[in-house]
Design a protein around this ligand. Structure first.
Ligand SMILES: [Zn+2]
Length: 214
């Protein structure tokens, strides 16, 4: 077969696949109904949309399934997702807080040498890699089940995966344990502000949020 024809076929196949995935993503996450609230628009979506996990679509839109909306977890999830709305509305303020108070920097560039595929989370999609103390890169590895996708820490100095450093645990965990969603500062802060924590990181976050209100 002529090499140009083969190339053309490959390009057409790639385009067709792109269109297919765009259409299927749109249909699985399209709003079944919309509920305006005093802080953000809630879109009720199908359980196929990001495997039914609540998330934010943009700086003013929260998505969740009908069963989550009707569950006893609704208010807690709204508090959590509204923190993500604020992060999307004020990315510069959050980035400055992470840098100054938590020593984190966010980036969309994977560190050289890291081969693991990333699990896409709409709430951290802008900058999914979180670099702590300019060395430890936190991210979520891709996994068929989004709920159990493993959090990984990459030591950029050693060029290898590692456990969270003890200094990180001392700052971000309390006597009850470490946050469930510890992969990214956006998730750490949403969890702290929703569930509370005695961790030093949670205390400085609370202080910063209170200072914005006065
Ligand atoms: Zn979240």
């Amino acid at each position: 077969m002529n090499i140009r024809l083969l190339l053309l076929l490959c390009i057409m196949l790639a385009l067709a696949l792109g269109v297919y995935f765009c259409i299927s993503y749109k249909s699985t996450c399209s709003a079944l109904r919309r509920v305006p609230t005093e802080n953000g628009l809630v879109e009720i979506v199908s359980p196929d949309c990001f495997q039914g996990l609540p998330h934010t679509a943009d700086g003013n839109t929260i998505r969740m399934t009908e069963s989550v909306w009707n569950s006893g977890r609704r208010d807690e999830i709204l508090v959590h997702e509204r923190v993500h709305l604020d992060q999307k509305q004020n990315p510069g303020a959050w980035a400055a807080f992470y840098k100054e108070a938590w020593d984190y920097e966010l980036t969309s560039t994977p560190p050289p040498g890291l081969r693991s595929a990333l699990r896409l989370n709409p709430d951290t999609a802008e900058s999914p890699y979180a670099v702590w103390r300019s060395r430890y890169v936190f991210f979520v590895e891709d996994h068929p089940d989004l709920r159990t996708a493993p959090v990984r820490v990459w030591d950029a100095d050693q060029g290898a995966l590692c456990a969270p450093p003890p200094e990180w645990n001392a700052f971000f965990c309390d006597t009850r344990g470490c946050p469930h969603q510890w992969e990214h500062p956006h998730e750490l802060s949403a969890e702290y502000l929703t569930l509370g924590s005695a961790a030093p990181a949670a205390q400085v976050l609370k202080k910063w949020r209170n200072s914005l209100r006065t």
